[in-house]
Design a protein around this ligand. Structure first.
Ligand code: MG
Length: 281
């Protein structure tokens, strides 16, 4: 209501006047914001020659609701611009890697569970450079040892593996333990939680760049946080996952699926999401 307005006015008229005032104030503020000069244009050009230092005409980053973090009891909420790969309901985003039929894994209690020997699954959609969030928990029934305990894997572009393993009191070769770039780089530290506890991978992955003749121009780069702890930092990936031999890059498209490995252990997953990353403005 307008301050000082006669009390004899009808409530309807008061409300209408209030809206008019609010609208005009809003419009005035909008115009002021448009007219307000942001930053500078008389400063040096940044490398590339497109924008000045503190350039006010540079596009504003779009707003994103960052979501919420997960707890042991409940998955968090993904950022508002993420593509949800598994949100607790179904496997519609996934297919079998072999044959392309429906993903044969199970959904239980809002969790995606490997049905051993159902085979590897991968996303129907393909992605390029990305931020990938994965949550998993190793089976509480301790079976096997080394590579036989809680083994799965996250494959970027369907071929570069961040290892999933129960590495809590379970020694194996270091470049094959949890969060290793399998067969290449052990994690900087072992940040594993005990079986049954939820663990997170936050993976920033830049795909390799290939020349037109198929030769490697730039290797893939991987940055990985395991349970929030940095375990790879812009690590130059040597090539696709390979077992007992050196990896060799082979040219592929700028996008590929995210795949999850079936290694015969009933590892559980939840709250899987991805954000494709593009170069800024
Ligand atoms: Mg594996």
């Amino acid at each position: 209501m307008i301050v000082g307005a006669p009390e004899t006015r009808s409530p309807h008229a008061c409300r209408a006047a209030g809206w008019v005032l609010a609208l005009s104030v809003g419009v005035a503020l909008g115009v002021a914001a448009q007219q307000k000069k942001l930053g500078y244009s008389d400063t040096p050009l940044l490398p590339g020659g497109k924008w000045h230092v503190h350039d006010g005409d540079r596009p504003q980053p779009r707003m994103v609701d960052p979501g919420t973090a997960s707890t042991q009891d409940a998955p968090g909420r993904p950022p508002s611009d993420a593509v949800v790969l598994f949100g607790g309901k179904d496997l519609s985003a996934w297919k079998a890697s072999t044959g392309g039929g429906p993903a044969g894994w199970k959904v239980e209690n809002g969790e995606m569970v490997i049905a051993p020997r159902a085979g590897q699954i991968e996303t129907r959609e393909e992605f390029g450079d990305c931020q990938l969030h994965v949550e998993f928990t190793a089976p509480t029934e301790i079976k096997g040892e080394g590579q036989g305990r809680g083994n799965s894997g996250v494959f970027l572009f369907g071929r570069y593996e961040i290892q999933v393993l129960d590495s809590f009191n379970n020694p194996t070769y270091p470049d094959g333990q949890a969060s290793a770039i399998y067969g290449q780089f052990p994690p900087l530290v072992n940040a594993s939680r005990r079986p049954g506890q939820w663990q997170t991978y936050d993976i920033l992955f830049r795909g390799p760049r290939f020349a037109p003749d198929g030769s490697l121009r730039e290797p893939a780069l991987a940055t990985v946080l395991h349970n929030g702890v940095a375990v790879h930092h812009a690590t130059r990936v040597l090539g696709p996952m390979s077992h007992k031999q050196l990896p060799v890059y082979k040219a592929h498209a700028a996008k590929g699926p995210i795949a999850l490995q079936d290694h015969g252990n009933p590892v559980r997953f939840r709250n899987l999401w991805i954000r494709e990353l593009r170069d800024p403005d």
